[in-house]
Design a protein around this ligand. Structure first.
Ligand SMILES: Nc1ncnc2c1ncn2[C@@H]1O[C@H](COP(=O)(O)OP(=O)(O)OP(=O)(O)O)[C@@H](O)[C@H]1O
Length: 347
């Protein structure tokens, strides 16, 4: 592998300030002094809560919105010194909006990606045709070329837009929330596809997303945005271990659990309950009990424990000296609720 090429910076921001110019009064500056780089062959995920400025940053980097200060270099030249055609050969963008051009074929849409290379008449050369076919192949849509956009699912439409970006043949592809309208299997597929493309085509791919879980699994690096704070950059594991992810998504209703990589909802806390057994059944039993508000522990709790039998899939509840065996979690939960209600009545 040509490692020099692999680590080459495609895009760099220098003391960039992003925000909005106000007609009256001072500018609305979201963040200043942003210094970031994207390298060839890497998938970078831009993460952050709603309103932290992800779209504004993406638009500013792409030159669609003027920075308040600073500038962006694409392949070492400031983007503002490049003309439209040059930029279109360096950087392609897939935006969130759903395509509303139902009467265009998949092939036609993907061929628009060749625009920066075709003549004024837009005639496609043999090379253009070859690249369009390659792009369709990359996203698994070879047999879809003649289909109209309105005949496709959301996942397929998104792949068409990625194929168009591939046909544009730019070293950097930017995608604003590419998984926004998709169900879980399609979200995973799109992330897997983008990761593979970054690795195999040596392109840099930058995407903004709310999919923390997928980003942690797929990204080479994460740009972590939160309001009025410098963007934190790092491989996912460094950002998790340093507590940055936890801090960014801190909330009264839930928290990010570093150990499991999951968000844990906060519930009203009831008494402690001991769960004996920590296999798969133990995991799901603890989940259900936490949702019910119990503080689940593996420490001894004398008058309230559940012993799991993984082999027979039964729950043995020992509550205030009484024993009862359950074959369904639901029945156990209902009994615990009854117990809580009777405690309240007694009080
Ligand atoms: N055209 C605009 N003029 C002024 N302020 C704007 C404009 N567009 C967005 N903003 C403000 O800029 C801030 C960042 O918005 P932006 O859309 O960049 O955030 P985001 O992280 O992409 O949010 P989301 O995750 O909800 O898409 C918000 O406070 C928003 O209200």
């Amino acid at each position: 592998m040509d490692t020099k090429k692999y680590f080459k910076d495609i895009l760099t921001t220098k003391q960039l300030s992003i925000g909005y110019k106000e007609s009256k009064g001072p500018d609305f500056c979201l963040l200043s002094d942003i210094n970031l780089t994207i390298r060839r062959g890497e998938l970078v995920c831009l993460l952050g809560p709603n309103g932290s400025g992800k779209s504004t940053l993406m638009r500013t980097i792409a030159g669609l919105q003027a920075p308040l200060a600073g500038y962006t270099l694409v392949e070492d030249i400031p983007i503002k010194e490049r003309n439209f055609k040059e930029i279109a050969r360096l950087l392609s963008i897939v935006l969130t909006e759903r395509l509303s051009v139902g009467n265009l074929s998949v092939y036609h849409i993907v061929s628009l990606g060749r625009h920066p290379y075709t003549s004024f008449m837009g005639r496609l050369s043999d090379k253009d045709v070859e690249i369009i076919q390659w792009a369709l192949e990359q996203v698994g849509l070879t047999g879809f070329a003649d289909k109209f956009i309105n005949q496709l699912s959301d996942g397929e439409r998104q792949r068409v837009m990625i194929a168009k970006a591939l046909a544009q043949d730019t070293p950097l592809i930017m995608l604003d929330e590419p998984t926004a309208h998709l169900d879980l299997p399609n979200r995973v597929e799109i992330m897997r596809l983008l990761r593979r493309l970054a690795q195999e085509t040596d392109k840099a791919i930058l995407l903004s997303t709310h999919e923390l879980d997928l980003a942690l699994q797929a990204a080479d690096r994460i740009w972590l945005m939160s309001k009025n704070e410098a963007i934190r950059v790092g491989v996912p594991e460094d950002l998790v271990l340093s507590g940055s992810i936890e801090k960014t998504f801190e909330n009264n209703s839930f928290n990010f659990d570093r150990k499991s990589g999951n968000f844990i909802m906060h519930y009203q806390k009831k008494a402690a309950i001991q769960v004996v057994g920590n296999d798969v059944m133990g995991f799901w039993t603890s989940r259900a009990l936490s949702r019910e508000g119990y503080q689940v522990t593996c420490e001894e709790v004398a008058d309230c424990k559940i012993i799991l039998d993984e082999v027979n899939r039964t729950w043995n509840l020992i509550l205030k000296g009484r024993h009862k065996t359950y074959t369904q979690m639901e029945a156990l939960i209902l009994d615990l609720r009854k117990h809580e209600t009777s405690k309240l009545t007694q009080n």
